[in-house]
Ligand binder design. Sequence first.
Ligand code: ATP
Ligand code: MG
Length: 240
Amino acid sequence: MLKIDSLNVKVDEKTVINNLNFDFELGKNYAILGKNGTGKSSLFFTIMGHPFYKVNSGTIYLDGENLLQMTPDQRSSKGIFLAFQNVPEIPGIKLFEFLKMIYNSQFDKSKQLSFMKFKKLIEPIINELGISKDFLFRDLNVGFSGGEKRKLELLQIKLLKPKYILLDEIDSGLDVNSLHKLGDTIKSICSSQTSFIIISHYFDIYNYIDIDKTLIIQDGNISQTGGKDLIQNIKNNGFK
Ligand SMILES: Nc1ncnc2c1ncn2[C@@H]1O[C@H](COP(=O)(O)OP(=O)(O)OP(=O)(O)O)[C@@H](O)[C@H]1O
Ligand SMILES: [Mg+2]
């Protein structure tokens, strides 16, 4: 369980998360909705350990362990994955090297894969996602289209098999075919050992996945919770 307990977070002097409590259960999927600037991305950044987001009080537990005492890479190796709203471009690092590094960092030296073994592991995954092999030897995200960047997020999820998968507006700017592909891929990853927690301002993405609970964020806190029907309600009527 990913347990958020009385969490208060500030960026500079601004409160972005205000006494938020919620338990995300493994195997369930969540939709997070809310107006712009209400703290949705801030919640994800705090869970992941972004240094700008200062936790003033409260705790986040992952299966009983205090997540706040872990570095972002430790959080990642414990099974938390964040797909960013804005993915950075990193010249000088090839996609292949990046993927190999994040994959191998999960294991002791003895279990880490060589170039050839990692190539064998990654090639079926990129084929499945319809990514051209050329991408592996391009600089990380540099010049990739919005849809291509999204595919790379999915590629990392397929590779790392995280437990709690936080998707922050991963569907924005996708053409209709890419959205179908994204939705189908998310569906194929869903299991009793994963939880998707999905922020989106477009409602179509939620059609692909069984959402167990919907949370509405307002002023850094949860103003309302409900089932999948709450998504339709907000779509029809907007936020109150
Ligand atoms: N690094 C930062 N520096 C300054 N202000 C920040 C920072 N991060 C967040 N904020 C502010 O905190 C508030 C919440 O931002 P956040 O990005 O969490 O909103 P959001 O709910 O994800 O909005 P959107 O739907 O537009 O993505 C906003 O007013 C934002 O300007
Ligand atoms: Mg946001």
